[in-house]
Design a protein around this ligand. Structure first.
Ligand SMILES: Nc1nc2c(ncn2[C@@H]2O[C@H](COP(=O)(O)OP(=O)(O)OP(=O)(O)O)[C@@H](O)[C@H]2O)c(=O)[nH]1
Length: 192
């Protein structure tokens, strides 16, 4: 933790997971660099750094964009030390939605937690702009997140819709577990 304009700079590590081609890289790049990449390139694994602010809390974020997972891929031990997880599916692709359950199960197994309450995460239905082609309804996505006791957002990396909100929500969830306040007057305590 370092000083930033009088308030502490908090380090948070966030992992973006999901089936291949759901938009993990696109939403990460939209968040970090404010643009939507034109071409598709499969990701091996990329880490991005970004300074971010929510109210009076300042963050140094490390965002890990992972290679697409499927039901057979082995969970990398490198994902274990992350503070929060963004699990992404494509609203036009049911397979990508089903793979989220596999990722969720493996994540909890890896974390050794019996309850999702101890693993800050958010379920994201990306490609919201392709609404006419959707096969996963908002209700179905939300129900899944409710079953997991986590947050839910639909986004469009292409249109930069709800991208900041995804990261803000998962950071707030991490902070809640750490006892960091998010009232608009600033932090009351800053446990790391
Ligand atoms: N219409 C639309 N296309 C998107 C959106 N997000 C990503 N794409 C497109 O979907 C394709 C896959 O996007 P990526 O961001 O590379 O997906 P990924 O999940 O990182 O893919 P892998 O690295 O293979 O796992 C690309 O052609 C993107 O341009 C979105 O919100 N809307």
């Amino acid at each position: 933790m370092s000083n930033h304009g009088g308030s502490q700079l908090k380090r948070r590590r966030i992992c973006v997971m999901g089936y291949s081609r759901v938009g993990k890289s696109s939403l990460t790049i939209q968040f970090v660099h404010n643009n939507f990449p034109d071409s598709y390139e499969p990701t091996i694994a990329n880490t991005f750094n970004k300074r971010f602010q929510i109210n009076n809390n300042h963050y140094s974020l490390e965002v890990m964009d992972t290679a697409g997972q499927d039901e057979y891929s082995i969970m990398s031990s490198g994902y274990d030390g992350m503070d929060g997880y963004i699990i992404v599916y494509d609203i036009t692709n049911r397979k990508s939605f089903e793979v989220c359950q596999v990722i969720f199960d493996k994540l909890l197994e890896m974390k050794g937690e019996s309850s999702v309450n101890h693993v800050p995460m958010i379920l994201v239905g990306n490609m919201k702009d392709l609404h006419p082609r959707r096969v996963i309804s908002v209700e179905e996505g939300r129900k899944q997140a409710t079953d997991w006791n986590c947050d839910f957002i639909e986004s469009s990396a292409k249109n930069n819709e709800n991208i900041r909100e995804i990261f803000e929500t998962v950071i707030k969830k991490i902070d809640k577990d750490l006892g960091v306040s998010h009232d608009s007057k600033g932090e009351k305590c800053s446990v790391m």
